[in-house]
Ligand binder design. Structure first.
Ligand code: UDP
Length: 566
């Protein structure tokens, strides 16, 4: 049984010392410890009757190992990316607070030790059982584990979770399919289940949303913030000078109305490379950045960095986040930063989560090239009052709840009960002619048969089947229905009966490896089922197909979990 623990002493010791990145994480863990502890108490109350199994968990942070080159640690104090460190610190804390048996590795040597593989050259198969129930790592760590364990990795890979900031779609992850259809990248084709990849934001339901946390405010702090807001104070998002390059025009307009602050790193002898009217504080410790954000009215992004934690921190401290809309959207097809990343996702603004999940009045997304609109928006921002806001999924309680649900329920190791119930050409052989019911006045199917006879998480009671339009992905189709696509439920709809229940008349039914299947092709009245479960994917669309989509409901402020998921 796992018992919540609020003392972080043991965790701090395990993180160790000797690198700026580790010190950054430890400062963060210490600073947020009280917040985690009170969240744990609340979640403990909420889960009162749940038995939680204590898992043996290894966390191997591959990108911070010397063997992977560790380019991050030396840049911690120089304006380099910190989002990953924020997320790892929070993952470690959450697993620790949930009371699991945690081992942490930041080097190959430690990894060898924990896996019980003797150090030495070449790979060495792990002959005995894996001494862990779960391993959290990243792409670098995965590569290192492959070198270490050789082919035996394959046997154990269902225990692995890959922390993957921007996400990996199934078409890129499937080795044979990626090779045949042009989805090969430097990252993909590990043949994992899509949901074994865990992202920083809920980018795509094909992956699991891991997230991180932002600081929470108590009532006094909320009141003080509102009292002390300086209505003409703006902070620019971007700790490196090159993020400000070419933005002089916007800065000039902004400067007409507001006092501009920055936190751009610079070397002692060299003045910061930002306009003289900017009040640059240099890179600030996290805590001091929070103080600055508490006073500021506006946090403004100029397009880079993409999808980091800072905008959530700003919004949580009562700032309005103003950011550019990308038209056309940025993606691996048209933008250097995303090129070669294993995703086709279209990034519609600097921070699509802020745009789509939070929105006005906290987040304003506009075309920065329209100077008049830009100017008018700045003036509007100075006029309106907004309260600090933090989505539940980015609070400590929200992250603990989500991670608890994953740790206890996600299972990529047990052989799935065969479905349909009898081995066949994907035909339902239950007692009723079709396992589905049509919801009244809609084109949405629910599961009608005895749901409890099939074990599944999320449970089958959450399933809502919809058909996409042509050229529409299942991500979009579910969203339009007010739901979210749930790849774990694909296997239940990958049967002939789904087509008939949705009134698609099939001339023929085939089964093929295609990440868009199951789908209906209107032109040939052909119904296609998915042959390989690893290719079940919410992402992807084609003018030729109407896709069958397994959607589900979700909790308010916790999109990763369905209503019956806890
Ligand atoms: N940050 C900081 N000092 C600063 C600016 C940012 O400590 O002067 C922190 C900030 O609190 C956030 C983290 O850096 O948690 C990551 O910020 P960002 O959104 O810029 O993402 P990144 O590109 O670094 O991953």
């Amino acid at each position: 049984q796992a018992v919540f623990q609020s003392d972080i002493g043991a965790l701090m010791e395990q993180v160790g010392t000797g690198k700026e990145s580790l010190s950054f994480m430890k400062r963060r863990i210490r600073r947020l410890a009280a917040q985690w502890a009170s969240a744990a108490r609340r979640l403990d109350d909420k889960l009162r009757n749940h038995w939680r199994e204590q898992k043996r968990i290894l966390v191997h942070v591959g990108f911070l190992t010397e063997e992977s080159g560790d380019v991050f640690s030396p840049k911690v104090l120089k304006g380099g990316p910190l989002g990953e460190m924020v997320q790892w610190a929070d993952i470690l804390t959450a697993l620790h607070v949930l009371g699991h048996n945690l081992k942490i590795s930041f080097s190959l040597k430690e990894l060898h030790g924990f896996l019980g593989v003797p150090p030495g050259r070449g790979s060495c198969p792990l002959t005995g059982p894996l001494p862990f129930d779960l391993i959290y790592t990243d792409y670098h760590g995965l590569q290192q584990m492959k070198q270490l364990m050789g082919l035996s990795l394959r046997k154990h890979k269902c225990h692995i979770r890959v922390i993957d900031t921007f996400g990996t779609e199934p078409a890129y992850n499937h080795e044979e399919y990626a090779t045949l259809h042009g989805y090969r990248t430097n990252w993909g084709y590990w043949n994992l289940h899509g949901q074994q990849y865990m992202t920083m934001f809920p980018h795509t339901p094909d992956n699991s949303f891991m997230g991180f946390v932002a600081e929470e405010l108590n009532e006094t702090e909320r009141l003080n913030i509102q009292k002390n807001k300086v209505k003409n104070m703006a902070v620019v998002y971007g700790k490196e000078a090159n993020m400000w390059k070419g933005k002089e025009k916007f800065l000039a307009i902004l400067h007409r109305h507001m006092e501009i602050h920055g936190t751009v790193y610079y070397e002692a002898q060299r003045p910061p490379e930002v306009p003289a009217f900017v009040k640059n504080h240099g890179l600030l410790p996290q805590q001091e950045l929070q103080q600055l954000l508490r006073k500021a009215k506006l946090f403004i992004g100029f397009g880079f960095p993409y999808e980091g934690p800072a905008p959530l921190e700003a919004i949580a401290n009562g700032c309005i986040f103003l950011q550019p809309k990308f038209n056309p959207p940025h993606s691996s097809l048209n933008h250097e930063f995303f090129r070669g990343k294993p995703t086709s996702r279209e990034v519609s603004s600097q921070h699509p989560y802020a745009e789509q999940y939070i929105g006005r009045p906290h987040v304003i997304t506009i075309d920065f090239n329209n100077s008049e609109e830009f100017d008018a928006t700045i003036r509007e921002i100075m006029r309106i009052n907004v309260e600090p806001f933090l989505p539940y999924e980015y609070t400590c309680e929200g992250m603990l709840e989500r991670l608890h649900a994953y740790v206890q329920n996600q299972d990529f190791c047990s052989p799935e009960a065969p479905f349909p119930p009898v081995n066949s050409s994907q035909t339902w052989l239950g007692s009723a002619p079709s396992p589905f019911n049509l919801l009244p006045n809609s084109r949405i199917l629910t599961w009608a048969s005895n749901a409890s006879s099939f074990s599944s998480w999320p449970p089958l009671t959450a399933l809502r089947v919809v058909a996409s339009l042509e050229s529409e992905s299942c991500v979009k189709a579910c969203q339009t229905a007010g739901l979210i696509c749930e790849p774990a439920l694909y296997r239940f709809i990958n049967i002939r009966e789904t087509f008939s229940a949705l009134d698609f008349q099939c001339e023929g039914v085939e089964s093929e490896k295609n990440h868009l299947f199951p789908a209906f092709s209107a032109e040939h009245a052909e119904c296609s089922l998915q042959q390989d479960p690893l290719l079940f994917s919410c992402a992807g669309s084609s003018a030729k197909y109407r896709r069958l989509c397994p959607c589900r409901d979700f909790r308010n402020g916790q999109v990763a979990l369905c209503k019956d998921c806890l």
